[in-house]
Design a binder for this molecule. Structure first.
Ligand code: XIL
Length: 389
């Protein structure tokens, strides 16, 4: 999933809403009907929210913003807190877009998560990091760069960010091994390089954001195609536990649905997923859902059938995943189909080229069956300790 990605994809490919959608804001945004998702979640001790980008069709769109305010108790920046966004050139910081999102979240009483300090796929490190010359003592040079990055970012946002994705996507799903990049190679490459670098990332985050929940975030799923990915994540979490690395939780990205061509084994995949979550929680890690959406590429073109299939897949996944009471945050990767990253993601498109329908609202901000499935799953899940109801 980290190959063939286009950084500007989601922004470049997204279409603006027709003017009519703006005019209808209040009614269409409330057409979700009934209780807001954040309130259904809150009654059970869960926080519900979404990723949002600073782009013109998300934060820049009043109707979309109103929808997020109505439904969400927590947000995360889709791209604006990534290293390449915050430091596009060495020593040149750009905090503007992230600060705008954070200021808005504060005004509206929403929490904000941090995503992410280190994205392990080389392609997603800032280009200048990949080209960095760490000198004759590469490990020391890489450590200094990592420290400066974590210190600058964590001190800038301070106590406002109470949960950080410290390391993103460290495992290569093809072989279950830890990915290499310019930083891990500076740490000694093949042997313990990645693990030493990941360990340091968490220790630095703990040092500069001691109040924050520190999360390892990845996109493993329950399907057979994900078996090596799951095994690699478990092995890494076990090794880090042995080292006493300060990690508190595993972020389940939860980009579910029809990603690979391997037969969907339905219930069998869910059993594997349960086994995986049991092993993670058995090691003492908390869970959170960080980037939920449903890829519909193998569902029928017919919209009613497709939306029903998306809702059913979501319900199965959420009934199981939300049954873990230590899971206290549930974020989607967007609220409306038209702004989803999947519309322009190289590996996602449907063979019939129809726009995808992975999120709870359509492009005109009308609630879809997926919204009802999410609401029902949260109503059915066990209450977390300290919940008000
Ligand atoms: C994606 C964004 O949605 C796109 O706009 C961007 O071009 C690439 O990154 N896993 C992650 C997220 O952790 O940061 C990714 O977000 C989606 C997959």
């Amino acid at each position: 999933m980290t190959t063939r990605r286009t950084m500007l994809g989601a922004l470049a490919g997204a279409t603006l809403l027709p003017a009519a959608a703006f005019a209808q804001t209040p009614t269409s945004a409330s057409a979700g009907g009934g209780e807001a998702l954040k309130d259904i979640a809150k009654a059970k001790g869960l926080r519900f929210g979404t990723a949002i980008s600073a782009g013109h069709n998300q934060f820049g769109n009043a109707a979309y913003r109103a929808l997020v305010e109505r439904e969400c108790g927590i947000i995360v920046a889709e791209n604006e807190m990534k290293w390449q966004a915050l430091e596009p050139r060495r020593d040149v910081n750009n905090f503007g877009p992230a600060d705008a999102l954070l200021g808005w979240a504060r005004d509206k009483g929403m929490e904000m998560r941090g995503h992410n300090l280190f994205w392990q796929a080389e392609k997603w490190l800032p280009a200048w990091v990949a080209k960095e010359d760490f000198g004759s003592q590469p490990k020391g040079g890489a450590e200094r760069l990592m420290r400066k990055h974590v210190q600058t970012v964590c001190q800038h946002f301070g106590g406002a960010i109470k949960s950080w994705d410290v390391v993103n996507e460290a495992i290569d799903p093809a072989d279950g091994k830890q990915r290499q990049n310019a930083l891990t190679r500076a740490f000694g490459g093949a042997n313990s390089g990645p693990l030493d670098q990941i360990d340091l990332a968490f220790r630095l985050a703990h040092e500069y954001a001691p109040h924050a929940q520190l999360v390892y975030n990845d996109y493993m799923r329950g399907d057979t195609g994900s078996a090596k990915h799951r095994a690699g994540v478990l092995a890494m979490l076990a090794e880090l536990k042995k080292r006493g690395t300060p990690i508190h939780a595993l972020g389940l990205q939860s980009h579910i649905g029809s990603w690979d061509e391997s037969a969907d084994r339905g219930k069998a995949d869910l059993l594997e997923w349960r086994r995986f979550l049991d092993q993670v929680t058995g090691m003492g890690y908390d869970l959170l859902i960080t980037e939920f959406d449903v890829n519909d590429r193998r569902l029928p073109a017919d919209i009613a059938k497709r939306d029903a299939g998306v809702a059913a897949a979501a319900r199965d996944y959420l009934d199981l995943t939300l049954s873990y009471p230590g899971l206290r945050d549930f974020l989607l990767w967007g609220m409306a189909d038209n702004i989803s990253w999947l519309q322009t993601w190289d590996e996602a498109p449907r063979t019939d080229k129809l726009p995808m329908r992975p999120l709870p609202y359509d492009g005109e901000l009308r609630a879809k069956p997926l919204r009802a499935a999410i609401a029902d799953a949260m109503r059915a899940m066990p209450a977390r300790s300290g919940a008000r109801a």
